[in-house]
Design a protein around this ligand. Sequence first.
Ligand code: C2O
Ligand code: CU
Length: 487
Amino acid sequence: MTRIARRTALFGGLGIGAAILAACSDTTTSASSSVAVSTPSPTPGQRVVEQSLVARPVSLDLGGPTVPTWAYGDSAPGPVVRATAGDFLRVTLDNQLPADTSIHWHGIRLNNRADGVPGMTQDPIATGQKYVYEFTAPDPGTYFFHPHVGVQLDRGLYAPLVIDDPAEPGAYDDEWILVLDDWVDGTGSTPDDVLAKLIADGGPTTRGMGGMDHDGHGGQGEQPWGDAGDVTYPHFLINGRVPSAPHAFAGKPGQRIRLRIINAASDTIFTVALGGHRMTITHTDGFAVVPQEVGAFYIGMGERYDAVVTLGDGVFPLVARPFGKTSGGQAMALVKTGSGAAPAADVSPSELAGQVLTGSELKPHESSTLPSRAVDAKANLTLQGSMRPYQWGINGARFGENEPVTVKAGERLRLDVTNMTMMTHPLHLHGHTFALPSGLRKDTVLLAPMQSMPIELDADNAGSWAVHCHNIYHAEAGMMIALNYVD
Ligand code: C2O
Ligand code: CU
């Protein structure tokens, strides 16, 4: 109960906090494992995909460093959840953590009750409780899932969610999933300690965000993302491994491989390159793009990119270099198709020094464009905040104190997003995919310091949805707002 009260306080007294507390005390005082269900049943004939997950404390070997952390099962990333577009997913989460939790299915256009946001769409899942998430996954693509409680994402609680396309052209021989992460948990502090320190180092917080438009970081930082992160991480991982003991993918020269790359980090934008190769980006955030050949690309927290690569002969480093971070090294995996020495953990493929693609410059594939139509409603989303005090918000206040954005079902909504800070923020919208001015479909987009971007969406999924920065420390400090459907 303490934790719920603390979170409610942190979010500035969300209106329904009292309801959550009441509901929670009911369930905790009754059975040891009560089961709550998010939605009704599959439609007749709909294929049902069932999976069980256990969130629990574990000790993980990152390839040298061994850390106590929290994970789904006994690895980070956790087990892949996989289905085909149109399937009904029924995923049971058993919470064996010493804290409340939830699962958010990042990027999926699902029913609101399965969206996994305590305080908005469900009660938190208490220790010892089970919760059944039931939803249809309508759109194929590369997604992931993680808790929507506190800064739990920055532990080992994340895993891929892949929705296959029943009409997949399948022009590739194999598929590899790469999950990128920044790692601090169990190395002497936890993500909760990190957040507490950011807040303490920022000094006293003030009410309201007046005069807090620019953060306290000195200077502009590097192009294009400025001061990209707040947290110093000792390790960067691909598929749970440090670069000195990397995850190795085996293939054959000439094979075409589909890479599904997911940035599950909490505070790190990466530049991704595969040494000795060009990659052809085919999708972002699940949606097809006009295939774009690149040597390297940026990936923000919460973003996903699919790319196809034709393998050369040898041993190659696939590097994810943390943008703007000078300690902790980089993340790396190996691609082995022949003989050769393993690259060093600090290898610098020449592709990283060449042109790096910014995802929002991709062009939408014609199958992915949002049909053009007149805008019915407009709203501003102004991203604000500062390091000192450590406070982040949208539209003048932190989450819970800011005014929800409202929309009516059926409307085309335009959101004019402006980043009024000197940091980059990956803006993520739940339950919908928005279109950039080029028509490119995304659910998470990087906004550089002082950048403005109009985005449009069709209000076709009623409910109460979170819109937030996917830097989990910013989100937890208040950089979030509700998008509520009204009659
Ligand atoms: Cu992965 Cu609310 O986000
Ligand atoms: Cu942010």
